[in-house]
Design a protein around this ligand. Structure first.
Ligand SMILES: Nc1ncnc2c1ncn2[C@@H]1O[C@H](COP(=O)(O)OP(=O)(O)O)[C@@H](O)[C@H]1O
Ligand SMILES: [Mg+2]
Length: 415
């Protein structure tokens, strides 16, 4: 009998532990019981045990919902009534850069940039008083803040969930930064296409009369003969010619920007472009007291390039560099390669580029006589070569423009 009691005590302890484990599942009803029952007349009473686990129907649904929240591509974030984060799914971890463990219990404002962060408390208070739902139930495009501080566009929809008298808020958040970037790029392309069409019309409308004016001016000069040398007639002619040349240059740049840049690509050595441009510009460099340094890597691979267009690229960059050094300075043109890329770098010791000016935009210029079309043309040509244009600049110290071009593929099959 004592044997049986011992076994029974053990059994009860085991059952109790099992019951406790199961009881942590709040949704399941657990009953455990043990009793003595005769199993056979010879052996006498024998301990028997039963455990019943009553899992309600909705439990399966809840697990399913949890999986759904966990695997969805949208960030799901929910807060308690103090505005502290409770649910933070995997997508939220990926999008915001926080681990669940570090952000749970933190105020929701961690995920918001200003001014949303400061407005949020007031907003929730007002909502609870007035139920004026500005955010609830609709999709809004606002900004989020990642752990690294980056502010990015999000689509946000907030829902209100009532669980036993408590109101919970859950937000579904979609990172739309890629989509916004794509839209921006498309808009930019559309805008450039429009500039192109307008430019083509303008070139035609202005080019023809300008041509006639230029011819008329030459005729006039010829008719007036030697008296053109007299002041003030001479300076009037000079100014007229200067202004007309400027207009003609502007038109030429317009024309370059409006034409589709389909470069005529050939295997070529970028160093010859540097030599040609620096030779052409040498007289200006001497006149403007500019020291020129050439740094051309010896073992440079060839590239697929359009010689004329790349000359225009380097010429525009060198002209800008010279114009940034009104009192003279050093112009360094460097060609080097790394990996499968060739870099053409133009550095000056000039005034630098002011902060906050997007100089790659068409018509952005800081020069009295500038067109703001030089760099857009450069960028257009470079991207038609499959390359990129970047720059670094320190105001008052100088600027470097970097053209990155893909290295040419030499056809080895014919060798
Ligand atoms: N090397 C440079 N140093 C300083 N500023 C520059 C340099 N290159 C370009 N910029 C700035 O970018 C603007 C746009 O250049 P660009 O498109 O060539 O037009 P533009 O030369 O007619 O002004 C310039 O007006 C100038 O403010
Ligand atoms: Mg320029």
């Amino acid at each position: 009998m004592s044997d049986h009691r011992k076994t029974k005590a053990q059994l009860i302890a085991e059952l109790e532990s099992l019951r406790q484990q199961l009881a942590t599942r709040r949704d399941a009803d657990v009953t455990a019981s043990s009793f003595l029952a005769p199993s056979s007349p010879e052996e006498g009473p024998h301990p028997l045990a039963s455990v019943s686990l009553d899992v309600p129907e909705h439990h399966g649904t809840e697990v399913w919902l949890q999986n759904l929240i966990e695997t969805t591509q949208d960030a799901v974030v929910s807060i308690d009534r103090h505005g502290r984060i409770t649910i933070f799914n995997s997508a939220a971890e990926r999008i915001f850069g926080y681990r669940r463990a570090e952000i749970q219990g933190q105020p929701l404002q961690r995920l918001m940039p200003e001014p949303y962060a400061s407005e949020h408390d007031r907003y929730v208070q007002r909502y609870e008083q007035t139920h004026e739902a500005r955010a609830i139930g609709m999709i809004r495009t606002v900004s989020g803040k990642r752990k690294n501080g980056e502010v990015f566009p999000i689509e946000l929809s907030v829902t209100e969930v009532r669980v036993e008298d408590h109101v919970h808020y859950a937000a579904f958040i979609r990172d739309i930064s890629e989509r916004v970037q794509l839209q921006d790029r498309l808009l930019e392309r559309e805008r450039l296409a429009m500039v192109g069409t307008t430019a083509a019309k303008l070139v035609h409308e202005i080019g023809n009369p300008l041509n006639s004016m230029s011819i008329a001016l030459q005729l006039l000069q010829r008719r007036l003969g030697p008296s053109v040398g007299d002041e003030p007639l001479r300076s009037s002619f000079q100014s007229l010619t200067g202004q007309m040349t400027r207009l003609a240059n502007l038109l030429q740049e317009f024309r370059a920007l409006s034409r589709r840049q389909t470069p005529n690509l050939q295997l070529m050595d970028l160093r010859t472009v540097v030599d040609d441009v620096l030779a052409t510009e040498a007289p200006i460099h001497v006149e403007r007291k500019i020291v020129v340094e050439r740094q051309l890597a010896a073992d440079l691979p060839l590239i697929h390039g359009d010689r004329d267009k790349l000359q225009q690229v380097l010429l525009n960059l060198c002209k800008n560099a010279v114009e940034a050094m009104p009192g003279g300075g050093t112009l360094t043109v460097r060609v080097r390669n790394s990996g499968n890329q060739v870099f053409l770098e133009v550095t000056d010791t000039g005034v630098g580029i002011p902060y906050g000016v997007n100089i790659l935009e068409p018509f952005v210029t800081t020069k009295a006589e500038g067109t703001g079309l030089g760099l857009p043309i450069v960028r257009q040509i470079v991207s038609a070569h499959g390359g990129t244009l970047d720059y670094t600049s320190s105001p008052g110290q100088g600027t470097t423009f970097i053209v990155t071009l893909p290295q040419g593929q030499t056809d080895t099959s014919t060798q």
